[in-house]
Design a protein around this ligand. Structure first.
Ligand SMILES: Cc1cc2nc3c(=O)[nH]c(=O)nc-3n(C[C@H](O)[C@H](O)[C@H](O)COP(=O)(O)O)c2cc1C
Length: 307
């Protein structure tokens, strides 16, 4: 059976989302947390703890965003003590504030720096599974071969490749040919990530695949790729309500509203003709104002896969 992973997406694939997604749509083989940022304080923030303390019954991989081996090692040991078996390094975040500190995709600017970081991490944590989620460079895909040479030196548990460069952010199309070429040339345990949105995408037949935006636009995408049913209106409604209520209970109304805006930015794709509602959702100032709007979407718009 091919492996199917849910991508980390900050603000979206949260502790609550993972649980609700599994309950309603049957889940992914692994869920990755949005990045945690260990630093010199050697303590997790409350928000970060919430991500790693609420995962009973799910296979979850915590992701770390750092350029310092000692910070990674502290966090990985702490998470291992909590029961986590695999820890993921973020080598892909394209945000300027992150890359300026040589973190995320900023790690890819210098293969020598990446090598030093991996050397520190793997030297200290040989008893843990360390996976890496990486882009293929900063400016051009020509940078990738030198980065692969570095990755090949370490016993990386899985190398998840999002074949875009940092300066692409999330625009254009993923450079799938670069991934295919790498898979043909190396024995690295590769996982494909990028632009998988349809249940018949060939990436689902390639061994292991990680899906992000496609899964938020169609939460039953993984099930469909396995020949299962598309999301029903009732399932989507249940998924939505569990998220809205769960966020309101844990974070309060204002933060819950914010989380729902972000969710709808993708979920609206399930409802053709829904774009004008997205604008109205963005303008809601309270859950009381928001709820009837969400109900109108369920009750009046067709589902993309019902047409
Ligand atoms: C809003 C948003 C938040 C994201 N947060 C993270 C993150 O915390 N860690 C990470 O490694 N990637 C993050 N990503 C990147 C995704 O995990 C994924 O690599 C990217 O969206 C490409 O895959 P997709 O086309 O299946 O979405 C984020 C992407 C988006 C759009």
């Amino acid at each position: 059976m091919y492996k199917q992973y849910a991508a980390p997406m900050e603000g979206l694939t949260t502790w609550l989302w993972r649980r609700v997604h599994r309950e309603v749509f049957g889940g992914a083989d692994k869920y990755f947390t949005p990045f945690l940022s260990p630093n010199a304080n050697l303590s997790f923030q409350k928000k970060e703890l919430r991500e790693v303390e609420n995962n009973a019954g799910l296979t979850v991989v915590p992701q770390l965003l750092t350029a310092r081996a000692e910070h990674f090692i502290w966090a990985a040991r702490t998470l291992s003590d909590m029961g986590y078996r695999e820890i993921n390094l973020n080598a892909g975040c394209p945000a300027g504030t992150v890359t300026a500190k040589h973190k995320g995709a900023g790690l890819l600017r210098s293969p020598a720096e990446l090598d030093r970081l991996l050397d520190g991490i793997f030297g200290a944590l040989s008893d843990l599974r360390i996976s890496v989620k990486t882009r293929i460079g900063c400016h051009a895909d020509g940078e990738w071969d030198a980065l692969v040479e570095v990755y090949r030196r370490y016993p990386i548990y899985e190398l998840i490749v999002h074949p875009r460069v940092q300066k692409d952010f999330y625009g254009g199309v993923a450079r799938r040919e670069v991934f295919t070429r790498t898979a043909e040339k190396t024995a690295l345990p590769l996982v494909y990530n990028g632009d998988v949105t349809a249940p018949d995408d060939p990436a689902f037949l390639g061994g292991a695949v990680m899906v992000g935006r496609g899964l938020l636009s169609d939460p039953a995408l993984l099930r469909r790729s396995r020949g299962g049913a598309a999301a029903s209106r009732e399932e989507l409604h249940r998924y939505h309500d569990a998220l809205a209520q769960g966020y309101a209970a844990a974070l309060g109304d204002e933060a819950a509203l914010h989380r729902m805006w972000e969710l709808w930015a993708y979920l609206i794709d399930a409802f053709p003709g829904g774009a004008p509602y997205l604008k109205r959702i963005r303008k809601c100032r309270s859950l009381t104002e928001y709820r009837p709007l969400a109900e109108t979407i369920w009750n009046s718009l067709p589902l993309r896969w019902e047409r």
